[in-house]
Every structure is written in C-alpha cells, then in structure tokens.
Design a protein around this ligand. Structure first.
Ligand code: ADP
Ligand code: ZN
Length: 217
C-alpha cells in the first residue's frame, strides 16, 4: 500500500514519471489533468473544464474532486495510487486529507528555462495519452505513437500564452504546497537541472529516494 503525489510546475515531468513508477509500485498513476481531459466533451462538465484548461487556469474544485473521487473508488486504486497534478492548491490538499493520507510527496525541482523548453516541444498521443517530446523523447516515426500507433498532437494549453499563465498559476496557487508538505515531513525533493535527463534515470532516482526514506521496501 503506497499513496504518493507528484508535485512540481507544469512540464516538470510529473506524468512522465508517475506512469513509469506505477507498474513498479503496482498502483495506478492518476492524473487529474487526464481525467478532466477525458470529460472535455461531457455536456455538463465540459464547458467549465475547457474554460479552465485552455486558459491555463484551474478547473473548479467541485469538478476536480468529483472526477478524482470517482477514479479513486475503482478497484485498482484500493492498493494505493500516485497522484499527478493533484493537489494543486492548499484547499485541495485539505480535501484530500479527509479521505486519504499521503505517504510521500515527490517535489520535482526544475528551473523555469527547462520547463519552457519542454512544454513547447511536448506532444501527446491522441489515443493512449503517452507523452513524447520533439527534442529529447522522439517517436520512431514522426508524429506517430510508438506504443499504439495513434496520432500525436500538441495540447491546447502547451501554446506559449497558456504556458505563461500556467506558470503564474503554479507560483501563486500550487507552490505554497511545497512548504505545506515540508512541514508535514512527507516531502522528498528531486532536482532536475537539464532538459534531456532520460526519464528512466529520473525514475530510478525517485525510487531510490523512496527506499532510502523507507516509504517503500
Ligand atoms: P501540467 O501538469 O503539465 O500542467 P495537467 O495535465 O496536470 O498538465 O493539467 C492540465 C490542466 O488541467 C491544468 O492546467 C488545469 O487547468 C487542469 N487541472 C489539472 N489538475 C487540476 C487540479 N487538481 N485542479 C484544478 N485544475 C486542474
Ligand atoms: Zn499511443
């Protein structure tokens, strides 16, 4: 049983690492960004989700909590989970505490220049959501997913105007969680200073830190 959350600015690699850690830890990686994207066409929730995501702002807590709680109620999450993109505010962290206590929070420490370089070159599979990068995590065939053959696309919020807004929102609403989880004694800082560190190397670093802190065996 292990309950983790990934913390870090947009483009810090939360999703890339969480999806690679999941099979090793035998728990699902749960991305609120993905869960929300999956509901963009929902007649009831869609409009507010698109408004939040496309502007680079946040989606209202009510919607986020609803999709998250539904996902965590599924059977594969009974053994634990790796949250990616949640909590994003102190209020969300407090809501989470009402139904789950995190064993550790992986805080990805990444300089802004690395983030901007990564986000503007990020591409995602339209079928299986795998993440690639036109600079350092290329597909074998340009524009086509290695895993499933799906077509790659650039997310609407990975355009320059949205990237700036997301970084602002991160600094204001999410960065306070760094201190919050530090005070609770569950934060593990993982630095990453260059654009092209291979994801598996970074994942190995995270897994080692989790073992050293006895979060996992
Ligand atoms: P990244 O971490 O690279 O910004 P995500 O896929 O995690 O990408 O999130 C994309 C967008 O989805 C966010 O910019 C935000 O609009 C919305 N979102 C994701 N998670 C949350 C959350 N916990 N609370 C509010 N909005 C969220
Ligand atoms: Zn794919």
């Amino acid at each position: 049983m292990v309950k983790l959350a990934m913390l870090g600015p947009p483009g810090s690699g939360k999703g890339t690492y969480a999806t690679r850690m999941a099979p090793k830890l035998e728990v699902p990686a749960v991305s609120t960004g993905e869960l929300l994207r999956a509901n963009r066409d929902d007649p009831k929730l869609g409009p507010e989700i698109r408004k939040g995501q496309d502007s680079g702002g946040l989606v209202p807590d009510k919607i986020v909590m609803a999709v998250l709680q539904k996902r965590l109620a599924e059977s594969d999450a009974k053994k634990g989970f790796i949250l990616d993109g949640f909590p994003r505010t102190i209020e969300q962290a407090e809501s989470l505490e009402k139904f789950a206590k995190l064993d550790a929070v992986i805080n990805l420490v990444v300089p802004e220049r690395v983030i901007i370089a990564r986000l503007s070159s990020r591409r995602q599979c339209s079928k299986c959501s795998a993440i690639y990068n036109t600079l350092y995590l290329k597909t074998k065939v340009e524009g086509i997913c290695d895993k499933c053959g799906g077509e790659l696309y650039q997310r609407s919020d990975d355009k320059p105007e949205s990237i700036k807004e997301r970084l602002k929102v991160y600094e204001k609403s999410t960065a306070p969680l760094i201190d919050y989880y530090g005070k609770k004694g569950v934060r593990i800082d993982i630095p990453c200073n260059s654009v092209d560190v291979p994801p598996d190397e970074q994942v190995a670093k995270i897994m080692k830190a989790l073992k050293d802190k006895r979060v996992i065996q």
